[in-house]
Write a protein that binds this ligand. Structure first.
Ligand code: LCS
Length: 391
């Protein structure tokens, strides 16, 4: 793994001291608007046919540096950085869909993505079918003549369910559908969906890319053609632009992505193995454990298994009691911070989903989701040990 080019790429991608008067850190271009050289070039820059900057909603040099870094890390042609992960999902869907269209999505998704699909998009004439996409054969039964895209998280939030990207790409492309993968949990350190044939990769950059829990940001990586459409058409109208200072923080976070992910991966595996041996834990969900039902797929599809895991302590009461007794692990939603964060999905991130639908997604009452940080693994484990002793 230490031989992976991403170790060098993460440190240098998007930077170019020659472009910024020798500045090794990309400067924060805190400017809302850019002067045109003349009328003819101004008109061309403004409509995106000539490289350059016009108005901050369409781009900014700090944002461009972040986008270049992300497209290189994910192996895409281009990227668009946005104000949040949800903005990235919205811009993608609004670019690829029109009223009357149909989406097939995996059964387990981040709860706000779930409500976007089932509440916000429905009045605009877009319907979504949810399927257990762990078996690609299930996609067939959900297909309609209006289906335009497949939307997948792998690993999924919060159950760590995996989807075989190559298998769903094969199905999708045979039916002329686009494949959109939310790669937030894995990061390009652990998984590169575009290399597996996916059309669009999305991130909540609020998580591992930023890495320090101090930004809300998002990104889409895809082809030049799609990103151009998203930047100059969809997002120019939607307005989910990333702030220059936020773009700078995400780029700064990316510089240590490889090192952080290496440590997140190692710590999460150690915590998962500890939990699996604990008598009060019913089940541990971690793609790096041989007990994960898709362990073989994880080995094929991922370079590392990530910093996220989930485990079941039985019921809602046990779940809430455990998180209340932890001292080092911070009780908070979100994920991908350097600190270990822990939360009870049924009463927190996924509380908005009705119980029967939540259970059908594999999110049991006692499911605890943990974003394992980069602290000393033994300290995280001893905090869990004392917390579990209270149950
Ligand atoms: N995609 C995934 C997989 C996510 O986990 C999240 C946020 C988003 C998209 C949305 O990104 P945002 O707009 O927040 O940047 N996940 C959260 C979670 O599990 N707890 O709090 C936020």
């Amino acid at each position: 793994m230490a031989e992976d080019p991403i170790y060098t790429l993460a440190v240098h991608a998007g930077g170019d001291p020659d472009m910024y008067q020798g500045s090794i850190a990309v400067p924060v271009y805190q400017s809302a608007v850019f002067a045109f050289p003349d009328a003819e070039q101004g008109a061309a820059i403004n409509e995106g046919t000539l490289p350059g900057y016009s108005y901050g909603r369409k781009g900014n040099p700090t944002q461009a540096a972040l986008e270049k870094a992300l497209s290189e890390l994910e192996g895409g042609e281009a990227a668009l950085a946005l104000s949040s992960g949800m903005a990235a999902i919205n811009v993608t869907l609004m670019t690829l869909l029109e009223p009357g269209d149909h989406i097939i999505a995996a059964r387990c998704l981040y709860s706000t993505t779930d409500s976007l699909l089932h509440e916000i998009l429905v009045p605009f004439g877009i319907q979504t079918a949810r399927v257990d996409a762990t078996d690609p054969d299930n996609l067939c039964s959900a297909l309609t003549d209006k289906t335009r895209l497949l939307f997948i998280e792998t690993p999924a939030n919060p159950t760590l369910e995996l989807i075989d990207i190559r298998a769903i790409v094969q199905f999708a492309h045979a039916h002329n559908l686009k494949v959109v993968i939310d790669n937030t949990f894995a990061t390009p350190f652990n998984q590169r969906p575009l290399d597996c044939g996916a059309d669009v990769v999305i991130h909540s950059a609020s998580k591992y890319l930023g890495g320090h829990g101090d930004v809300i940001a998002g990104v889409v990586v895809s082809t030049d053609e799609l990103i151009t459409q998203m930047r100059w058409h969809t997002n120019t109208n939607l307005g989910g632009v990333i702030a220059p200072g936020t773009a700078w923080l995400v780029l700064r976070g990316i510089r240590t992505l490889a090192l952080r992910m290496e440590r997140h991966n190692a710590n999460a595996l150690a915590v998962a193995e500890y939990l699996e041996g604990h008598p009060k834990i019913k089940q541990v969900h971690y793609p790096g454990l041989p007990s994960h039902p898709q362990y073989e797929l994880a080995q094929r599809q991922m370079n590392g298994y990530g910093g996220m895991l989930a485990f079941d302590v039985g019921g809602v009461d046990e779940g809430r009691r455990l998180v209340d007794h932890l001292k080092l692990c911070t009780l908070a939603v979100s994920l991908g911070n350097v600190e270990t964060l822990i939360q009870h999905s049924a009463s927190m991130t996924h509380a908005a989903i009705p119980r029967d639908r939540r259970l059908a997604q594999g999110i049991s009452d006692g499911l605890i989701r943990m974003s394992v940080g980069i602290e000393r693994a033994a300290d995280i484990i001893s905090d869990l040990e004392q917390g579990l002793a209270q149950l």
